[in-house]
Design a protein around this ligand. Structure first.
Ligand SMILES: C[S@@+](CC[C@H](N)C(=O)[O-])C[C@H]1O[C@@H](n2cnc3c(N)ncnc32)[C@H](O)[C@@H]1O
Length: 250
């Protein structure tokens, strides 16, 4: 059976057919049907219906972005900040939460954190809720935050859509992942313009702002963070030296 599944994947040009065949055989559903979908180009996460992020296995549907390993740096940054902070419960807002992966990973690795997960997509919020996000909020990050959120959070974390209109994308991303989760306006920076300074209002004094940024956006977003009055602003790079997160303190 395993060989037959791997053959279907190989014929579809899948790079690691034996490994993916094992994942498919372990999943719920008709393995041949799943393998055919995968061979047709559908991302493995959508075929399996789940994906791992920061040690958690999350339900993933085509309504949400597939969590990326580079986003784990955003979680690391938030956890490092929260662990340095004052003892006691902390409140975190995970804006543009999608599957809920960032907030869930923070919650799973901090003893006393309360996370509010916000997204404009009702469908994404449904997935986040199914993944265990207990506090969800329909929120538009391109509009100012509701006054009820002002001054409530120790950290605002956000992985917003940041692809520029017209930018070339891998076929599997372009054809399968939600456009709403990808495009951040003409230059990809629309969400950062709204977050900085607009959404800093949700932070308490000394609270953390941390956002994932696209390749080559670090400098522009760092300047926005500095212009918004944040302190200790930095672009945090991954192991390959690529700036992935802009952070600063209110
Ligand atoms: C890049 S995905 C990030 C998802 C998840 N946080 C992750 O890291 O995998 C961006 C998310 O922003 C949401 N989004 C798009 N426009 C939005 C808006 N105006 N306000 C709030 N969320 C929005 C999308 O629905 C999507 O879930």
């Amino acid at each position: 059976m395993g060989d037959g599944i791997a053959d279907i994947l190989r014929a579809g040009g899948v790079a690691r057919p034996a490994w993916e065949a094992r994942q498919i055989l372990a999943a719920q559903g008709d393995a041949v049907e799943l393998a055919r979908r995968r061979a047709g180009g559908e991302p493995l996460a959508y075929v399996l219906g789940e994906w791992d992020f920061y040690g958690l296995t999350l339900t993933i549907t085509p309504d949400v972005l597939i969590p990326r390993p580079e986003t784990e740096l955003l979680v690391d940054e938030a956890l490092a900040f929260l662990r340095r902070g004052r003892p006691g419960p902390a409140c975190v807002l995970d804006l543009c939460c999608g599957s809920g992966c960032v907030g869930l990973a923070i919650g799973a690795n901090h003893p006393s954190v309360s996370v509010l997960s916000g997204d404009v997509s009702e469908a994404a919020l449904g997935v986040a809720k199914g993944n265990g996000c207990q506090n969800i909020l329909r929120a538009d990050a391109l509009a100012p935050p509701d006054q009820s959120l002002w001054g409530r959070f120790d950290a605002l974390v956000c992985n917003p859509p940041y692809i520029a209109e017209g930018e070339e994308l891998d076929k599997s991303v372009r054809d399968y992942e939600p456009r709403l989760a990808l495009i951040g306006g003409a230059d990809g920076l629309d969400f950062y313009r709204s977050l900085l300074p607009g959404w800093l209002r949700v932070l308490r004094d000394g609270g953390l702002f941390a956002a994932e940024v696209g390749y080559r956006q670090g400098g522009a977003v760092r300047r926005m963070a500095e212009d918004a009055g944040l302190k200790e602003v930095a672009v945090v790079s991954d192991a390959a030296g690529i700036g992935r997160v802009v952070r600063g303190v209110q």
